[in-house]
Write a protein that binds this ligand. Structure first.
Ligand SMILES: [Zn+2]
Length: 425
């Protein structure tokens, strides 16, 4: 697994440490200076980290990475008009577009501290290739969206099984295979159940959009005898701990009980929800108190319009405080968990904590700037004061993805992305 990395004199939970990373894991943590006495054999990449703070890499739990090249095509539009426009543009996309667009998304996510992302898009094989070449960990897989067409449903069933079995056999630990269905309004009842049963058979997660807009809830009630989208999915028997539900913005108390009872993971996407005016009253306290695992995402760049999870953290916290009229709402420690360890839990891998034996996904924060001068809590300075350009270096799976703000291949990716955009224009 390549060269070992020694981070010398890095601040970890308020104390200065030496941290050794080997074979993708944090293998040893000791007081700063102690590594001089460690018996270290083989290639060693040493980095002086004085003035830097290590935190876990961020996990962006809901995005559509290829939309990194679709910014600005539906500005100031209501959700359903916006979605129709997006779907029209998407008819013209291909593997080449998705590959380079995902590379652009990876550049942006690495620069802003994300090491793992949960993606949902067409041509996902090209996203997997792009993300893995960039060294990022990606969760994605076949996305079902039949829009009520029987023909399309049959075609997708066959394609979904073929692709799923090919990817499940690859056993790449950096690609967490999952299934997806877009939403209850774009997928037939038969295909919702079929996809859920397949996810159960393969024991993989199922990534969906749920209760994103008030219209989605009203339309569902009208179509299904007064059932909310969550009650409807419960009736179909598809609520379970494999379900990763993005948005969950318009929920009744009974919906929250159902989501909690079935162990569904919920993903908050505040920048997308506010920008599309879908809503902002995410029921954080109610869902947390019910025991739901709550994660954070950016959504795609066509709605949010960037992939900066640190920015999403700040917006999520200040919106909770504002609409609840309570400055203690969504405290920093819980916010950090939403952006890190809760995502790892939903994706069922061992990251989000910086301890010996944990997966070595971490960020080195440069504190040599105005934002960190005050003696206030580090997390407050990071989330409320700083911007993601304070992220100096990013390590994923024990390898540097960015080192002192340098990302390998960045110029070439931007040049190729411009060519792809010129072609589809
Ligand atoms: Zn989405």
């Amino acid at each position: 697994m390549g060269t070992a990395i020694l981070l010398k004199d890095v601040t970890l939970r308020d104390s200065r440490k030496d941290v050794l990373i080997e074979r993708g894991r944090i293998s040893k943590i000791g007081p700063a200076g102690e590594s001089a006495a460690w018996q270290l054999a083989g290639d060693l990449d040493m980095m002086d980290c004085s003035g830097m703070v290590a935190i876990p890499g961020f996990i962006n739990m809901h995005t559509h990475s290829p939309m990194a090249l679709m910014r600005g095509i539906g500005e100031d539009m209501h959700f359903h008009a916006w979605l129709d426009k997006i779907w029209k543009v998407e008819e013209h996309l291909d593997h080449e577009f998705v590959y380079w667009a995902t590379k652009v998304a990876c550049l942006e996510m690495i620069r802003t501290g994300t090491t793992t992302f949960n993606d949902q898009y067409w041509f996902f094989d090209s996203s997997v290739q792009a993300a893995r070449e960039m060294g990022m960990r990606i969760a994605t897989g076949y996305d079902v969206i039949d829009k009520g067409s029987r023909e399309e449903a049959e075609r997708q069933k066959e394609q979904c099984i073929g692709k799923s079995e090919a990817f499940l056999h690859r056993n790449d630990p950096g690609h967490i295979y999952e299934l997806a269905f877009h939403a209850i309004y774009s997928v037939s009842e038969e295909m919702i159940v079929w996809t859920s049963e397949l996810a159960e058979k393969y024991d993989v997660n199922l990534h969906i959009h749920l209760c994103e807009t008030r219209k989605e809830v009203e339309d569902c009630k009208a179509a299904h005898g007064g059932l909310t989208p969550v009650e409807y999915l419960d009736r179909l028997g598809v609520l379970n701990p494999r379900l990763l539900a993005a948005h969950t913005l318009w929920l009744s108390p009974h919906d929250i009980e159902l989501l909690a009872a079935h162990g569904v993971h919920c993903i908050h996407n505040i920048n997308s929800n506010t920008k599309l005016a879908s809503g902002y009253r995410f029921l954080y306290n109610e869902m947390r108190d019910a025991g739901i695992n709550l994660c954070l995402g950016t959504d795609g760049c066509a709605s949010s319009n960037n992939l900066d999870l640190l920015e999403a953290m700040k917006t999520a916290a200040i919106f909770q405080k504002a609409w609840r009229d309570d400055p203690s709402a969504l405290p920093l420690g819980e916010l950090m968990d939403m952006a890190t360890v809760n995502g790892a839990k939903a994706l069922r891998f061992d990251a989000g904590r910086l301890e010996e034996s944990a997966v070595a996904d971490l960020l080195l924060i440069d504190t040599d700037n105005t934002f960190f001068l005050s003696p206030g809590p580090f997390l407050a300075n990071l989330v409320y004061s700083a911007h993601s350009d304070c992220i100096d270096s990013v390590i994923c799976d024990g390898r540097f993805l960015m080192r002192h703000r340098e990302i390998a291949g960045e110029r070439e990716i931007l040049a190729e992305a411009r060519k792809v955009l010129a072609k589809i224009a």
